[in-house]
Design a protein around this ligand. Structure first.
Ligand code: 4AD
Ligand code: MG
Length: 474
């Protein structure tokens, strides 16, 4: 299966002999009325009398070919007519602009070389008809070839790049925390545990936060970006056991500064997704006006810390959010009344986000429902200086963050109250022993963000190979 790079010699006997330029479907608009070669797969095939309409895909997109029997060599017509779906091939033809085509272009096929023909007896398992989700997840390694899944993965890649570039462009230093850790960060009930040689137990990290707090004290503004793990025993549309989190941590930043940062950050990501993925979002079926509303009013060049022009994400205190939920319950819009002091349930979050076009920032939750490291609100120490950002359209919490406790005695007391092993946190307490400063940070789960931006029912489609309670294959 030798594949040439650059120019294909097109050695088949019946082909038109001049060499052609190899390109991709994504770049085909630059080659209108030219002869080009694509390298990919047969995605679909429709026949109508003496006309064939193959759909080719090459990873960058799909394009329909047109193959009139009378105008191509007989070998090309016959080969294509009986070609099985997902067989690999290279195809040469002339690019034609066609406003009726979904991509805006069609390919008038002239020649074709099959790289691997899938035999009829062992057809490609995923046919274009509807297949059940369990079947699709079992064949995830193949499912990702379908245009919708490929489009989601392309948007995911852009979201990850946009998230990192937001911090890179602002002088943040990326510092990578360890994945094997001696202690818990976000509660002890969701830890993946293992024996670590003679050192006792080790755990897969739930968050890089504690380590980026240390690197922030060294470098000022930092972020981490990597896989994190939660042994979530619940089967929901929003939880994975392995997911990617990006976590900025900033010295001398308070909760207000953190909320500004989160707003600028999300605005940048949405802007990039809209700029680069109009076609993909259309394939996925996302209503982009919902995303345009998120960035409406924001400065096109993003914002700088301190003098940002923000678009105004609504900000609600926990108490205000609670009052809205009670009112919604009284008006019959919510089945269960929210209990003051409890965390918000998924229907509560959905209701709150449905009241606004932009992400909602809920701040100052009761400290009792939040992590041990959060700074108490000086105006009401029963509340934590924290923020959860709820995505629009009911996608739930995408960002969680807070100002951190900077006082040694208080932090130590909190570790004890949460029954965490002090020895494992001695290094973390050192950050408050030696030159402690106020600091804040947040974490955003990439997959929650992808689910929201792409408008996906379930988080399992946001990552190439999802890890959930009941699935670790393929
Ligand atoms: O709210 P969480 O638990 O916050 C932290 O881990 C902090 N230490 C972050 C920080 O301040 N540096 O998680 C942060 C985000 C959530 O808002 C959500 O987007 C995502 O991580 N997340 C999950 N995503 C998928 N599956 C799960 N099981 C997730 N748990 C959290
Ligand atoms: Mg959270």
């Amino acid at each position: 299966m030798a594949i040439e790079n650059g120019i294909t010699p097109n050695s088949s006997p019946t082909s038109v002999s001049s060499p052609t330029r190899i390109t991709t479907i994504a770049e085909i608009g630059e080659h209108v009325d030219e002869r080009i070669t694509l390298r990919g797969w047969l995605y679909n095939l429709r026949a109508s009398g003496k006309l064939l309409f193959p759909i080719f895909r090459d990873g960058s997109g799909t394009i329909q070919g047109v193959v009139p029997k009378a105008e191509v060599p007989e070998r090309v017509f016959e080969t294509l007519k009986s070609l099985t779906l997902e067989s690999s091939l290279t195809v040469t033809g002339r690019v034609r602009a066609d406003s009726r085509a979904p991509s805006g272009y069609e390919l008038d096929v002239e020649d074709l070389t099959v790289i691997q023909r899938i035999p009829e007896e062992t057809p490609y398992p995923i046919q274009l008809k509807e297949a059940g989700v369990d079947f699709l997840m079992e064949h995830r390694h193949l499912w990702i070839r379908t245009p919708r899944q490929s489009a989601i993965l392309r948007v995911r890649a852009t979201i990850m790049r946009a998230a990192a570039e937001f911090f890179d462009n602002r002088g943040y230093v990326r510092t990578d925390p360890p994945i094997l850790t001696p202690n818990a960060c976000e509660g002890t009930s969701e830890l993946f545990e293992m024996e670590y040689f003679d050192e006792g137990k080790a755990y897969l990290t739930q968050s890089g936060q504690l380590y980026v707090e240390a690197t922030a004290m060294a470098l000022g503004r930092v972020y981490s970006f990597g896989p994190t793990f939660r042994a979530e025993k619940s089967k929901t549309r929003r939880h994975l056991t392995e997911f990617w989190m990006i976590e900025p941590e900033v010295t001398y930043m308070d909760l207000d500064g953190l909320m500004n940062l989160a707003e600028c950050f999300l605005t940048h990501i949405v802007r990039r997704a809209l700029e680069l993925h109009a076609a993909d979002l259309k394939i996925i079926g996302k209503d982009v006006t919902k995303l345009e509303a998120v960035i409406a009013g924001s400065a096109p060049n993003g914002c700088e810390d301190g003098r940002e022009q923000r678009s105004g994400f609504p900000r609600l205190s926990y108490d205000q959010a609670h009052a809205m939920l009670i009112e919604a319950h009284q008006r019959g819009l919510l089945e269960n009344a929210h209990r003051y002091g409890d965390d918000f349930g998924s229907p509560d979050e959905t209701y709150l986000s449905s009241q606004f076009a932009k992400p909602v920032m809920v701040h100052r939750y009761p400290a009792s429902v939040k992590a041990f490291y959060m700074q108490p609100d000086p105006l009401d120490p029963s509340k934590a200086l924290c923020v959860d950002v709820l995505a629009p359209e009911g996608y739930g919490e995408i960002i969680g963050g807070s100002q951190r406790i900077d006082d040694f005695d208080l932090l130590r007391r909190r570790i004890e109250e949460h029954h965490l092993p002090l020895e494992a946190f001695e290094w973390y307490l050192d950050l408050r022993r030696y030159g402690s400063v106020p600091h804040s940070g947040f974490g955003m789960g990439i997959e929650r963000c992808v689910a929201w931006i792409c408008g996906l029912e379930h988080i399992r489609e946001t990552i190439p190979f999802a890890r959930t309670l009941h699935r670790i294959y393929p």
